[in-house]
Design a protein around this ligand. Structure first.
Ligand code: 5AD
Ligand code: SF4
Length: 436
């Protein structure tokens, strides 16, 4: 009988996409999906270590599988992704019931490692240098109309707080033609929306072509028949050049949404973070985007409590939040990550101050998000219907081109279709509308 697997994914869209590769690979090797963890012969954890909280959660969940493993001796537990890359064999010392540890560059080895584990070997494979990233995997795409396409992996920025370059390796762009080929294939298969993925999509091409080719890539993908929407995530403000803004303005499929992490508003903090821009240059960029693409939605990532952040620095962050008119922001409390420069800094901020700033930031951003959403009431927008609302089975949920969640009454037959919706009500996190 075919063995069954279950994948638990933590973290970003990159990780979610990697899990699609893991699933595709295991299915191509004859494994089948399990209904849940209890039904599985193999449980794969695809992990995130960007903040300590994500790591703690993983250790808790994997730890709790010890009793299941005692009952079900044949169960194989595999841990991959960023925590695996960071901890290596150490992970099996902390969690001895883990059979397989595989790094971020070792996805292709997983079936092999599982075979070894079946013979009661405890295995760990962590490559320091990239190997798998450019391989073409069989991908088990979760959705049939919207999907991710990875354009680069890794990161060269080494922002002083961030562990990503250590666990994901140096930036590596995929060849231009490979990406075009993949998107053409997806269009043939009926996909309508693609999201291009990279830690810093705007620097696409620098490593292999010695120049930035992201805007060119957008223009080329825009020509592919069948694809209706092109998104991308994430953008580094330092590499966001004018060509990309023009591509947003001129190419009809490139959606009017930019995720532009600012991290902090104070020049002192930005310098200590090693971000390579100032409050002023960031605000100028935002202004330029709004000027050329007035309907553009800008979202961001913001961190509070970076070492040495003073009250006046934090007020600069609040000031940017007010001025930049972010549609939405992912807000984080700085979490020291061992091995990064910032974790060694002596001027760490107390939890109490971090929490206070976090709550104040959240309050300002929530108010902004609501104000921004209220300004759309009465507009008619294009929505790609994603499915039924979790709260109400008669309600459909989808996204506008600006990546806003919108709920409205409609038939399930509209799922995966593009429809027109009139916005009737606004909340901080979503909109309510009526089918036109
Ligand atoms: N602590 C808190 N947040 C972090 N991020 C990255 N590293 C850390 C850290 N050490 C946040 C940044 C990044 C997002 C993905 O996670 O805001 O943009
Ligand atoms: Fe981390 Fe900075 Fe790279 Fe983003 S750009 S992944 S924050 S090092």
């Amino acid at each position: 009988m075919n063995k069954k697997f279950f994948i638990v994914t933590y973290g970003c869209q990159m990780n979610k996409h990697d899990s699609e590769k893991i699933a595709g690979l295991l299915l191509s090797c004859g494994y089948k999906w399990a209904k849940d963890i209890n039904d599985a012969d193999i449980v794969v954890f695809n992990t995130c270590c960007v903040r300590k909280s994500a790591e703690d959660r993983l250790f808790g969940v994997v730890g709790s599988l010890k009793s299941l493993k005692e009952k079900k001796k044949e169960l194989i537990i595999a841990v991959g992704g960023c925590v695996a890359q960071k901890e290596g064999v150490n992970l099996q010392k902390i969690l001895p019931h883990v059979d397989v540890v595989f790094g971020t560059h070792n996805i292709a080895s997983l079936p092999n490692l599982i075979e070894k584990a079946k013979n009661k070997k405890v295995v760990c494979e962590i490559l320091r240098a990239p190997r798998d990233e450019l391989k073409i995997f069989p991908i088990e795409r979760k959705n049939l109309v919207r999907t991710w396409v990875s354009i680069s992996t890794g990161c060269n920025n080494f922002c002083s707080y961030c562990i990503v370059p250590y666990v994901r390796g140096r930036e590596m762009s995929r060849p231009f033609e490979d990406i075009v080929f993949e998107v053409e294939k997806l269009a043939d298969e009926g996909f309508l929306e693609i999201t291009l993925l990279g830690q810093n999509v705007n620097s696409y091409g620098r490593d292999i072509y010695n120049k930035l080719r992201f805007a060119e890539l957008l223009k080329r993908l825009n020509k592919i028949e069948g694809i209706k929407r092109i998104r991308f995530i994430s953008s580094h403000p330092r590499d966001f050049n004018n060509d990309v803004i023009l591509a947003l303005a001129e190419r009809e499929k490139v959606c009017e949404h930019v995720h532009l992490p600012i991290q902090a508003g104070s020049d002192n903090v930005l310098k200590a973070m090693g971000r390579g821009y100032t409050k002023e240059s960031y605000l100028n960029l935002v202004e330029e985007i709004y000027e050329i693409v007035p309907s553009c939605s800008i979202t961001t990532d913001i961190m509070v409590g970076f070492p040495g952040e003073k009250e006046e620095d934090f007020l600069d962050t609040l000031d940017v939040v007010k001025q930049a008119k972010f549609d939405n922001a992912f807000t984080f409390i700085y979490s020291p990550r061992e091995g990064t420069k910032a974790a060694e800094m002596k001027n760490q901020i107390t939890d109490e101050v971090k929490m206070d700033r976090f709550n104040r930031l959240l309050e300002v951003q929530n108010r902004n998000s609501l104000k921004c959403n209220l300004s759309f009431v009465g507009d008619e927008v294009e929505v790609l219907v994603e499915g039924l609302s979790k709260k109400n089975g008669d309600v459909l949920t989808g996204r506008t081109r600006t990546n806003k969640v919108i709920n409205f009454l409609g038939r399930p037959s509209l799922i995966n279709k593009l429809v027109r919706v009139k916005i009737k009500e606004a909340r901080s996190w979503s909109l309510k509308g009526e089918l036109v």
